[in-house]
Design a protein around this ligand. Structure first.
Ligand SMILES: O=C(CO)COP(=O)(O)O
Length: 277
C-alpha cells in the first residue's frame, strides 16, 4: 500500500514536471470536437447554446477548442458560436477548386473564415481509400492556403495485434512530414482505429507510449524543436470519465473527440486541459 502510494506520488511528480516543461515550451492543450456526419439545424443550435452558456470553459490562453461540424452547418456554427471557440472543416479538396463535383476547396474555407481543417481521418482513409500520399497532399495544400491542419494518423486493430502499430504510424507521419515545412500550423492527432466509436479507449499508458514514440520520431526525422513544440492529441472513445487520466500523460497534448463532442460532457473534456499546469 505504502509502496503503491509512493509510486503514485512519483508518477504524478514526473507528470507534473513534464507538464510544466510542456507549458514552458508552449504546447497549449487542444480539444477538437469532431461531429462527423451528425446533426440537424436544431441539434446544432442546442450544442452551440450549451457551449455558449458554459461559464467554466477555460480561457483561450489555456486551452484551444475547435468545433468541427459537417460542411453544411459550418456557417451556422461559425456565426453563432462564442468567439473564444474556433471552427474546423472535416475535409478539404486536395488542390484548387474547380470541376470536382461534391468537393469543398480550401479557398472556400478561407472565404468563409474557417481557420482549421481535419485531414486524414481514419474514416476517410479506410472507407474512402485516402492514401498516405493523398492525405499529405491535402495537408500541404490546406497549409499553403493558410488553413491550420489537424492531421490524423493511427493503426487498425489488426495492425496493432500484428505488432505493426508504430511502423504504420511512422509511415503515415513520414508522408505528412515530407510535405510540411512549417509545423506551427499542424496538430497531429493519434487516433487508433480500434478505439474510435467502440468505447474501447486506449489506456493512458498505451496513449502515452505512442505519443512519446511519435515525438521521438519527430525528433529524429524532422527536428528536436518540432518534436518539443508539436501538439500530439489523442482520439478514440474519449469521454468525461476517462479524459482527466489521459490528459495527465505528459505527451498527451489534448483530444480529438467524436461521440462525446455532441454531448454535455464535452465541456468536462475541455476542462481536462486544466490538469496541465
Ligand atoms: O474519430 C474520432 C474523433 O475524430 C473519435 O471518435 P469517438 O470519440 O466517437 O471514438
Amino acid at each position: 500500500m505504502v509502496e503503491l502510494d509512493a509510486r503514485a506520488t512519483l508518477q504524478s511528480l514526473r507528470a507534473t514536471d513534464a507538464h510544466s516543461i510542456a507549458s514552458k515550451i508552449g504546447r497549449k492543450f487542444f480539444v477538437g470536437g469532431n461531429w462527423k456526419c451528425n446533426g440537424t439545424v436544431d441539434e446544432v443550435k442546442k450544442i452551440v447554446n450549451l457551449l455558449n452558456g458554459a461559464a467554466d470553459i477555460p480561457p483561450k490562453d489555456k486551452v484551444d477548442v475547435v468545433i468541427s461540424p459537417p460542411f453544411v452547418f459550418l456557417s451556422q456554427v461559425k456565426s453563432s458560436l462564442r468567439p473564444d471557440l474556433s471552427v474546423a472543416a472535416q475535409n478539404a479538396w486536395v488542390q484548387k477548386g474547380g470541376a470536382f463535383t461534391g468537393e469543398i476547396s480550401a479557398e472556400m474555407l478561407v472565404n468563409l473564415g474557417i481557420p482549421w481543417v481535419i485531414l486524414g481521418h481514419s474514416e476517410r482513409r479506410l472507407l474512402l481509400k485516402e492514401s498516405n500520399e493523398f492525405v499529405a497532399d491535402k495537408v500541404a495544400y490546406a497549409l499553403s492556403q493558410g488553413i491550420k491542419v489537424i492531421a490524423c494518423i493511427g493503426e487498425t486493430l489488426e495492425q496493432r495485434e500484428s505488432g505493426q502499430a508504430l511502423k504504420i504510424i511512422a509511415e503515415q507521419a513520414k508522408a505528412i512530414a515530407a510535405k510540411v515545412s512549417d509545423w506551427n500550423n499542424v496538430v497531429l492527432a493519434y487516433e487508433p482505429v480500434w478505439a474510435i466509436g467502440t468505447g474501447k479507449v486506449a489506456t493512458p499508458a498505451q496513449a502515452q507510449e505512442v505519443h512519446a514514440d511519435l515525438r521521438k520520431w519527430l525528433k529524429t526525422n524532422v527536428s528536436p524543436k518540432v518534436a518539443e513544440s508539436a501538439r500530439i492529441i489523442y482520439g478514440g472513445s474519449v469521454s468525461g470519465a476517462n479524459c482527466v487520466e489521459l490528459a495527465g500523460q505528459p505527451d498527451v497534448d489534448g483530444f480529438l473527440v467524436g461521440g462525446a463532442s455532441l454531448k454535455p460532457e464535452f465541456t468536462d473534456i475541455i476542462k481536462a486541459g486544466l490538469v496541465k499546469k
